[in-house]
Design a protein around this ligand. Structure first.
Ligand SMILES: [Zn+2]
Length: 391
């Protein structure tokens, strides 16, 4: 991607619409890719291209967060256009700018389960975000391939010992803040599984009864607060887990469907009340081979399963597998992130990189089963004599 203006359509104004989170300050200053300038927006373009290849979606969406200082040092950019463009994106709400973006970035990553593109080790945040310890799946590093192309490589975040963590904290001014947050912090997975209500009269930002999408609370020192009023939110009951599916036509995402956990829905040309109709999203000539009810989609707290109902069948291409296999008519088959279901030529269903809240906890259980006891346990001793109280 050489045209910087081509990046803009990939910038989501809402993290819920994104396929990945971008640590923009880190990517823009990553001299390992995209030329030798100290800062370059072209690197964001290269990362977006790599994500498009990775997800199979040419319209892949990213949510970018930047430190305020990224727009400074204008002379470090190849030209004046770049910081001006960045300023425009910040003003348009396409880049979220904070004095220090890391904490918000990690909060979002934990809440949404979205991958994070960054080379940062986030050493200062191992106490407040113990889920980073030993993580080998959620952080992606850009790496150069051929000239001017980039691929994304899963990073092994490793574990930092309590000594390393406290040394790093002493080096930074985050020490008091980090320890405070570590003690009072509500686990993000717990926050995201509840509805919240702002105690200010007339504030409906988080009102689950207004019908539309509900904002995720902003975290401040481990406490969910109202974005507008900055007051701590009150617990408003359990929230249904969700999952997000993407409908791709010729490799372009044309629609995202958000489904509640513990539900089964039909998807097809015209599946009837409560179903997901492809009419209007898929061109008429492609709709013809698709049955009225083509797929049954079963969403549970931990997984998405598919069963073929279509007369012409459905193909499932598993992530990394060479050739697709026909989906069974009788049994449900799991659709993992990275898998693709083909309804007909050029019409695909995938899961967004976003895992639903309940699945974040499940993923942790799964990892712990396969690995030796979490080395992060050693880090937890820093938190206090009874880590369970903090978790
Ligand atoms: Zn409020």
């Amino acid at each position: 991607m050489t045209d910087l203006h081509a990046i803009e359509p990939h910038l989501a104004s809402d993290p819920e619409q994104a396929d990945a989170l971008i640590d923009l300050s880190n990517v823009v200053r990553d001299t390992g890719i995209g030329g030798s300038h100290a800062r370059s927006l072209d690197r964001l373009g290269l990362v977006v291209d790599a994500l498009a290849r990775r997800t199979g979606d040419r319209n892949v969406m990213v949510y970018a967060l930047a430190d305020r200082s990224l727009r400074h040092s204008v002379h470090e950019y190849p030209g004046r256009l770049e910081p001006a463009l960045l300023t425009g994106w910040v003003r348009a709400g396409l880049v979220e700018e904070l004095s220090d973006a890391d904490e918000r970035l990690l909060d979002l990553a934990e809440m949404l389960g979205l991958p994070v593109v960054s080379r940062d080790g986030f050493a200062d945040f191992r106490l407040t975000h113990p889920w980073i310890q030993g993580n080998t799946t959620q952080f992606l590093a850009p790496a150069p391939t051929r000239v001017r192309a980039v691929k994304l490589v899963e990073r092994d975040m490793g574990t930092r010992s309590p000594a390393q963590i406290s040394r790093k904290l002493e080096e930074s001014d985050l020490k008091a803040h980090g320890l405070l947050a570590g003690r009072n912090r509500k686990p993000m997975t717990e926050v995201v599984r509840r509805y919240w209500r702002c105690p200010e009269r007339g504030c409906t930002l988080y009102d689950s009864r207004k019908g539309s999408a509900v904002l995720l609370p902003r975290m401040r020192r481990g406490v969910p607060v109202c974005e507008l009023h900055r007051t701590p939110l009150t617990d408003d009951g359990p929230r249904t887990g969700i999952t997000q599916l993407k409908l791709l036509v010729d490799g372009v995402c044309v629609q995202r469907f958000t489904l509640d956990a513990d539900s089964t829905v039909l998807l097809g040309r015209e599946p009837g009340p409560g179903g997901i109709s492809l009419y209007g999203h898929v061109p008429p000539d492609r709709l013809r081979p698709i049955s009225r009810a083509h797929l049954s989609i079963r969403v549970s707290a931990h997984a998405v399963d598919l069963r073929n109902l279509g007369g012409n069948g459905t193909l499932l291409l598993s992530n990394g597998a060479g050739r697709p296999t026909p989906l069974a008519d009788q049994d449900y088959v799991r659709l993992h992130v990275g898998d693709t279901a083909e309804l007909t030529d050029g019409v695909h269903l995938t899961r967004s990189g976003r895992r639903f809240p309940a699945e974040i906890a499940a993923a942790w259980r799964g990892r712990h089963k396969h690995q030796s006891p979490p080395k992060s346990a050693s880090a937890r001793t820093v938190l206090g004599p009874n880590p369970a109280d903090n978790q």
